[in-house]
Write a protein of this length. Structure first.
Length: 85
């Protein structure tokens, strides 16, 4: 990683490791995509970048003294018409 990833610090930053994306947010960090970690120096570099980002997320959560037990659903459930009825 060229710049230090600071989880939960803003709602606009994102980090890409190969085809894997980590999107920052003040209330959550979203991880998605696909990453092939190959058995070579490039794979090692990508694995270290991913580990550094996840370690930073864990550190931020560990240091949060006001951490909730569960933040609940992020969206209200919506009722949809049953397509089989």
């Amino acid at each position: 990683m060229t710049k230090k990833f600071q989880p939960f610090s803003n709602d606009s930053a994102s980090l890409s490791v190969g085809g894997f994306t980590i999107e920052n947010g003040t209330d959550k960090v979203v991880l998605y995509g696909s990453l092939d970690v190959t058995r070579d120096k490039s794979g090692l570099k990508q694995a270290r970048a991913l580990k550094a980002a996840v370690d930073a997320i864990v550190r931020a959560l560990d240091q949060d003294k006001a951490l909730l037990d569960d933040s609940g659903p992020t969206e209200e459930p919506q009722q949809v018409k049953n397509p089989f009825a």
